[in-house]
Design a protein around this ligand. Structure first.
Ligand SMILES: NC(=O)c1ccc[n+]([C@@H]2O[C@H](COP(=O)([O-])OP(=O)(O)OC[C@H]3O[C@@H](n4cnc5c(N)ncnc54)[C@H](OP(=O)(O)O)[C@@H]3O)[C@@H](O)[C@H]2O)c1
Length: 287
């Protein structure tokens, strides 16, 4: 059953259009190289249109795994495919696992606080999710490999890709958690002091410190780097010709690299260049 006829799930023609347009997403995010205006996270602004951070992240990021899941559920039947090969389901599973963490667990259960998001950033991220999930979902649910033979001969590459994907995800979570730990520790300290003084704690919104553990010793956005490694592994599972996985990786890097450079400027301004030291923005020894 189609939710939006020929779009959700997409017809082959519409899927090809989505994949074509999706390649040009880096042109939109190129604005980040010249603009410092990015009303989210560290650089969030006061605006009456702001969306609370946790709700914003949960809603914009859920769009992706819900769209992909629906395409996996509905498209094969429409195309008369009885059973998709297990490689397709593994890739769909990896995608859903990542976004259950990113869209549900992290914002709603794990993160102590998240800065508000301007609707402009929310819309761009929502659009990212819909395009990406349609591109990958269409490939996995009928327009890419549809038989076990389509995957044959590349099991070794799939296995290595899966291992890289899993390590990338775990390392991304580890470094995300290092940032959480800063606010958890601040929260504990505030609560202890507030109890002594008989006051209520101030809250840990906008409490920032320089992260130090793991790859944060070398780069200020170690969690970004690990996420890129994760999705590079994902592309390897799908293979060189899996253009949706390639577009995903390219679009993530072209969005997150200028953001990381902006983040480095922010850290230097807040803590001083001497405190930041020789740490790079996101790739050790390079940028
Ligand atoms: N940004 C993107 O374009 C993008 C795209 C795809 C995937 N992701 C992934 O999504 C995750 C979050 O991305 P993000 O850009 O929101 O990361 P981020 O700016 O580093 O923020 C992550 C979380 O940690 C807090 N935080 C950040 N720096 C901190 C510090 N120095 N001290 C204490 N707390 C700190 C943030 O609080 P505040 O919200 O209050 O700043 C937020 O809750 C990452 O794992 C990233 O790989 C991001």
């Amino acid at each position: 059953m189609a939710i939006v006829q020929n779009w959700l799930p997409p017809s082959r023609e519409h899927w090809e259009t989505v994949c074509y347009i999706w390649q040009f997403f880096p042109l939109i995010t190129a604005a980040q190289w010249v603009l410092d205006w990015y009303p989210q996270g560290k650089t969030s602004i006061d605006s009456r249109f702001n969306i609370p951070g946790k709700i914003g992240w949960a809603t914009m990021e859920s769009a992706g795994f819900l769209t992909l899941s629906y395409i996996m559920y509905s498209l094969p039947g429409e195309l008369g495919i009885e059973q998709l090969p297990w490689g397709n389901w593994i890739m769909a599973g990896c995608f859903v696992v990542h976004y259950l963490y990113r869209a549900v667990l992290a914002p709603l259960y794990l993160n102590p606080s998240m800065s508000p998001i301007h609707p402009f950033v929310w819309l761009l991220a929502f659009g990212f999710q819909i395009f990406n999930a349609t591109s990958i979902g269409g490939w996995l649910a009928g327009y890419g490999p549809t038989t076990v033979q389509d995957w044959a001969g590349r099991y070794w590459a799939m296995e290595i890709g899966l291992v890289i994907w899993a390590w990338g995800l775990m390392a991304n979570i580890f470094h995300d958690d290092d940032l959480r730990q800063i606010r958890r520790a601040a929260d504990r300290k505030q609560r202890a002091e507030a109890e002594k003084l008989g006051k209520s704690p101030e809250g840990v919104d906008k409490v920032y410190m320089l992260p130090k553990n793991g790859l944060f010793k070398y780069v200020l956005h170690a969690h970004y780097l690990c996420e890129w490694i994760e999705w590079a592994g994902y592309w390897m599972i799908g293979g060189w010709n899996c253009h949706p996985a390639r577009a995903f990786l390219v679009n993530e890097i072209t969005t997150m690299l200028p953001r990381a450079l902006q983040g480095k400027r922010w850290y230097e301004k807040k803590f001083g260049k001497d405190k930041v030291g020789s740490r790079k923005a996101v790739i050790p020894g390079l940028v």
